[in-house]
Design a binder for this molecule. Sequence first.
Ligand SMILES: Cc1ncc(COP(=O)(O)O)c(C=O)c1O
Length: 392
Amino acid sequence: MYDFKTHIDRTATGSIKTDIAPESVKDSGLVPLSVADMELQVAPEIVEAIKQAADKGIFGYTYADKEYIDAVRSWMKTRHSFDTEGFKLITTNGVVPALRFAVEAFCEKGEGVVIQPPVYMMFKSAIETAERRVVENPLIFDNGRYVMDYDDLDKKTAPEDVKLLLLCSPHNPVGRVWSKDELIRLGEICKRNGVIVVADEIHNDLLLNGAEHTVFAMLPGMDDISITCTATSKTFNLAGLSCSNIFIKNETIAEGFKKAADRAGAGLVPYFARSATIAAYTQCAAWVDELNSHIAANFELMYAFIEKELPMLKVIRAEGTYLAWLDMRALEVDDNALEEIVLAHGLALDEGYLFGSGGSGFERWNLALPADILEKALLQLKTAVHKALSLR
Ligand SMILES: Cc1ncc(COP(=O)(O)O)c(C=O)c1O
């Protein structure tokens, strides 16, 4: 049994989640529920591997050597039935940089890149900072569940100057683990319209209640039009080690991507990331299983609380990720007022509008934390909501 209960004080460690939170929220008993890293201890096997690497006393330049590559490929095969033989493995210092490289490599300035909002905010920013055009194919919120709009996708990907789609799979923030059929439909449309699919599968291991992740590149014909982005960062809470593994089969796409990565000076594996990744992928499968059970239990706790105590709100049922998507539109307040309401009660959440179209009135909760912190947060939410309703 691993430890998912201990509280770790991250104050003054440079943690974005805790140290940059607004002073007002710190004063009201901050509960860290925002940025997608975990308030949970890293697996002891990984900590030990990093300690051993530190004991060497030299932290020089490191690359993806055979031991590293074997560990990564073997995890993909055993955990995801993804045989990466024949795929180039290109390391980058994060998945967001990889999205940027893809956008720069396969799309000229002014050309279009499709995203499916509400979606992880850096998708839009990766496109806009590169001066490419954001093309939205919003998800449809249908009876409490998010699905893709294929007719709209066909229309949006048809123009000649739309070159890329950034797929979030599993989806942050709505928690969908896309089914094989859904991905095949998306893939067929993109293929027909000559659009490359950048499959951001960073949440691929975070699966709840038996949900199964489909590697997009494994679908028939899709290895030829796709880039698969993976990392240990979300699964093992290693975001600060800045290391990701990108798989590409098509040689032209691999070459274009590599050139963009090289131009940005990417490609090395940070020294500690090397040791951590090898330990994670060779020793920590059981830790991930326990983590997923812990997260699933936190989701159940939240569903039960909201249903009983705050039935006017709705939590979207998640199939994957550790991110809960809470529908607070029943409060009938605008985004600024909603933010003030939660902040005033110490809840550092991610505001729904940050995720683009369809996000207004929602809040994203990070459930990768000890259960008692979540309980405290839910009680604070109850007070916040009751107060907001009483002022109406
Ligand atoms: C879908 C998705 N992609 C990428 C990232 C960040 O990736 P990285 O830290 O490797 O750049 C996140 C972080 O929340 C995410 O949710």
